[in-house]
Design a protein around this ligand. Sequence first.
Ligand code: URA
Length: 418
Amino acid sequence: MITIEKIIKKKTKGKTLTKKEIDFFVNGYTKGEISDEVMTELLKAICAKGMKERETVKLTTSMLNSGKRIDLSDIGICLDKHSSGGVSDSTTLILAPILASLGLKMVKMSGRSLGFTGGTIDKFETFSANTSLSLEEAKQIANKVGAVILCQTEDLVPADKKIYALRDRTNTVASLPLIASSIVSKKLASGAKVIVLDVKYGEGAFMDNLVEAKKLAKLMVKILRKNKVFACAVVSDMNQPLGNNIGNFMEVKEVISSLKEGKESRLLTLSKTIASLLVSMKENISLNLATKKVDVAVSEGQAYEKLKEMVLAQGGNLDLFKKEKLEFISVNSETSGYIKSVKTKELGELTHELCRIKGCKGVSILKKVGDKIGLGEEIIRIYAPKKYFEMFYRKYLDCIEISKTKTNPLPLIYDILK
Ligand code: URA
């Protein structure tokens, strides 16, 4: 007879679990038949001993089967992307209108901010857009506009909901099989058939080891493909914020200007790369041709027009971002040299704290790693009333490390798994 005690013992010895054993603990914990304490023991054993690829596939399937799979086939083949989480990552808000302007469909289920990372839902709601949509409402909008952004439904992979919450409380998040099964089960349940995963590597990401980040990307792509989903992955940098701005209001401002002006930046380049990979897989065309289509959608303004349409369709208003003079505090460098490193996680946390205060809108980071900086030159702009100078000035300044010796800029993309 299978028991949870026997499963824990087996995993503690580093042995491979069977499908029946995996289903036993996933179903047992989801139904409340296994306690948090006992499940934590098993999660710790998995973190320590890992899982074989075939076990991870079984775990993903078992979690997927804990809930309903969303069927999007009535609106056509849908595209999706997933970021493993970072700071100033607004790629979804840029790539969704690009894809929709090219006639493609995206029903994007997203989450809210978690810890130091930002959340697409919070950002999209900055337009006063409604993201609490039923699946039927979302499908109607996707049919009309092409793309829609909505809150993840409550019943999406119930096993992950419970297990992820426990992992968060028990410091058992950092495990390749647990992360892979958590992300992939949700992606499979969301109904998209063409998916790009954006695995973040760096100080401001869950993965701070490049080799592990690449392994995770490869594993997730493999499981998605086994489930007949067209998938590829990028491993991208999170050793500094992706965009120039942090904080929902400021990040959305950057999304608008990126699509309106098409000026190249790390944020726009990564968004266009992910969009191109999706277009290439969906249309079965070369990445070169897909990139050209995506470039035209941005440079000729169709993607910007589509963003306006998306916001309007969800009851939002782009005029909220019309020119408004924002009060700001300049943070100036106390030395000259080169930007050596950026405490990305801390910048994310600090800006969450800042933005909880009424009237504070976020920050602009005016320099990237490798940039030259002069004594007294502005390095960060805090969009907040001047009275908050004392509270934040030094904390922000301390997030940027400057060295006298020249440093190289950071890569944006470390790998693309096509
Ligand atoms: N994001 C998820 O959805 N799950 C994880 O385990 C880690 C990041």
